[in-house]
Design a protein around this ligand. Structure first.
Ligand code: ADP
Ligand code: MG
Length: 261
């Protein structure tokens, strides 16, 4: 029975905004051969939330991020973004990637393109923006990450922190509604970490939905709405930072937090 007065789904009454999570991961299993790397992960991230993923090396943090944007294919389970199920057809993947930006540990800029060109390229090829529009947008984003004067610089002439800020601007150029960060500061010299975290903090303040893998506990404390501790392919503990980081319930969590302290 479907009419204007009888909503199909009573949880989302006609005329009101549905409160679908931005990201909903259900029963995510990922195996590489016989090795189970993700063993049934359930995770939801609401629009405007920052979720920080922590956990020991090999826990499956990168794999989970890569499953969210379809770089890896789940063995079982599902990922929905704003209620749209991620499927592994090219058309579905392309549509999803227009809305999901990713920033990697290694900045992955094109070495033969300037900072500005790195930011314009996908806008022209994927988003079909005009050259002028793409360049305008790139210039605005470079200014936003504090690099207005580096538009013409090649990556080799930029510090690691500057390259990573260009990589963030490049991801933002697609107007994503979700940003994934995989240890964005762990390849940086310590004195360059702050400038990248600052850009991320500003993004969070502006309401960007973010899933961030990081070992920067101060950032997690200040910025995360939600901290998820992953170990051995499962969620060991999750909740607000003051709970997970300062009053963890499990021995596994305490051991990990002591190691990184
Ligand atoms: P983390 O990011 O938490 O350090 P990863 O997600 O990178 O962990 O890796 C989790 C486990 O999955 C590791 O044991 C790793 O060796 C394995 N793994 C990751 N990617 C692949 C792959 N493409 N093929 C086989 N094994 C993989
Ligand atoms: Mg990793």
């Amino acid at each position: 029975m479907t009419s204007a007065t009888t909503p199909v789904n009573p949880a989302t009454p006609t005329g009101s905004t549905p409160t679908l999570p931005r990201v909903s991961i259900q029963g995510a299993v990922k195996k590489f051969g016989d090795t189970t790397v993700l063993d049934g992960i359930d995770l939801q991230v609401k629009a405007g939330e920052v979720a920080v993923l922590i956990g020991p090396s090999g826990a499956g943090k990168s794999t989970l991020l890569r499953c969210i944007n379809g770089l890896e294919r789940l063995t079982a389970g599902s990922v929905d973004i704003d209620g749209v199920r991620l499927e592994y057809r090219e058309s579905s993947l392309n549509r999803m990637r227009e809305h999901v930006g990713m920033v990697f540990q290694s900045f992955n800029l094109f070495p033969h393109l300037t900072a500005l060109e790195n930011i314009t390229m996908a806008q022209i090829s994927v988003s079909k923006r005009s050259k002028v529009e793409a360049r305008d947008r790139a210039a605005t984003l470079l200014a936003r990450v504090g690099l207005a004067d580096k538009a013409g610089s090649y990556p080799s002439a930029l510090s690691g922190g500057q390259q990573q800020r260009v990589a963030i601007a490049r991801a933002l150029a697609m107007t994503p509604k979700l940003m994934l960060f995989d240890e964005p500061t762990s390849a940086l010299d310590p004195e360059l970490v702050g400038e990248v975290l600052q850009v991320m903090r500003e993004l969070a303040d502006e309401g960007m939905t973010m899933v961030v893998v990081t070992h920067e506990m101060r950032f997690a404390r200040q910025v995360a709405d939600h901290v998820v501790l992953l170990a051995d392919g499962g969620i060991v503990e999750e909740g607000p930072p003051e709970k997970v980081l300062d009053a963890p319930e499990s021995a596994r969590a305490r051991t990990f937090l002591n190691q990184i302290a």
